[in-house]
Design a protein around this ligand. Sequence first.
Ligand code: G6P
Length: 608
Amino acid sequence: MCGIVGAIGERHITEVLIEGLRRLEYRGYDSAGLAVIDQGGIVRERQPGKVQALADASHAAGIDGYVGIAHTRWATHGAPTQDNAHPHQSGDIAVVHNGIIENYEALRERLQGEGFVFTSQTDTEVVPHLIQSELRKGGDFIDAVKRAVAQLHGAFALGIIRACEPERLIAVRQGSPLVVGLGIGENFLSSDQLALLPVTNRFIYLEEGDFVVLTRQKVSVWDRNGDVVKRPAVELDATLHASTKGGYKHYMLKEIYEQPAAIQRTLNGRVSQGRVALDAFGPQAAELLAKARHIQILACGTSYHAGFVAKYWFEAIAGISCHVEVASEFRYRTTVLPPDTLLVTISQSGETADTLAALREVKARAIGSLCICNVPTSTLVRESDMAFITHAGPEIGVASTKAFTTQLVALLLLVLAAGRQHGNVSADREREIVAQLNQLPNLLETVLALDPQIERIAERFGEKHHTLFLGRGAQYPVAMEGALKLKEISYIHAEAYPAGELKHGPLALVDNDMPVVAVAPKNDLIDKLKSNLQEVRARAGELYVFADRNADVRPEPGLTVFPMPGVADEVAPIVYTIPLQLLSYHVAVIKGTDVDQPRNLAKSVTVE
Ligand code: G6P
């Protein structure tokens, strides 16, 4: 959460900072600010609200300089006000920060005792004051920052400037992502390379504990032990990262429609002669999958739902036991891993703090770690033994769509590979499921054609305050994902239940004011699901059912049926996700919410 940009160059850099922040808004968007060095002093502008407010204010004030730092915030400590917006300043020092300083209260008290005056409620403000305090004790700017950083606990990435030192920009990476962008006669800093693509395609990915000094000509890096290190520069193909709305009203809608192509990219090169290419998961995959007797999946948010679907697949298709848990729970409880556990983490960004921390905690106890991730340069990919990149392409909408369905495709490939290695999936069965996966791009186009019908029905949800989502088997996590989408972007309270649990509580909520959405593919559970739907109808609940057109779910007053194409059970969770995404999208548009950047959320959650 929160995005940092920094720049030092021979040109005015305000525009670079602001464009960088626009590209980082997915990390938080409740306030933004920047500070540049101009004529020996710090000039700072901060605004509550989105980056555009900062851009307008900076332009009006004519702010410019050759070195500067900027920040877009997702509030943790203190409300999203101007005073709490970054950069925070202490005299001639300004700091931007992503992460959390856990011992800020003790530091604040001590610094107040030294006479420093605090003007915000943030944890961050201790950092510039602490550097200032260290400077008073002697030594140069770099020494003072090093001594100050050594006193900070928590996870953080920092960008620091000092007015009387316009020749350098200092950065620290300790638990929160940070990359250096390399230019000619100019260098940059950012939480994500995406922010810097307009100015460079050469990057240094910093490691945990790195301390960096950027000048116009040089980037010097010290590692966590204080030793000077040379980190490799990586050149990226910038065309892969281009991102526009391409004629769609919102990124989310564009990303929903991109799913057939994204899934095709996930499959490309990963299947050969109708079977899964084992090395798609890494060179050790064949051996580790054969050895794995248990799978532990860890993830957060939508990625957790993908893992939950995979649990059903691992046990039903591959015959391998599988547990799935949200990373923030797993990492803080005492856990017992069965022998020969393979750890699988799932993350769109590869930077989610809880998922990373869980990986670090469990890694040594597992036989190996595999991540399913969309960002090849991410920390999760670098720290896992094996990685499968989903190739969904950049996902800008905060509510995840194509990242989810491509994760599901990746996971189904993994299940097939593991099942084969265990002798539980025959070559014919594998070919059959791979053929179903290959048909998905076309099949999803058919499902997307339901869009106008879903849009019309979405009107009926606009005035509702609650919605229930039902599914059974592997469709239960799909219902969970449907409920998450609706609450994230339309702010309607939504809950998902396995349909068989309805009678154990949620049925008490059902009346004509509570729409109930169900996913009903034709499978062994369809008759049981139909009985559950009758329980809802008997209580005057309004039902919206996405049903296999051959499942004989008939429309009647109070029961709207969306006819879905017939699909094999294995790939049904992927197919039935699409209409739920469309439903949430249209409800949010009707409610007039900020679809791509819903309130209080952020796309990349780099704090615990
Ligand atoms: C945030 C995002 C979700 C995402 C979750 C996990 O909550 O808003 O869309 O599913 O983080 O993120 P990850 O990048 O690890 O998949």
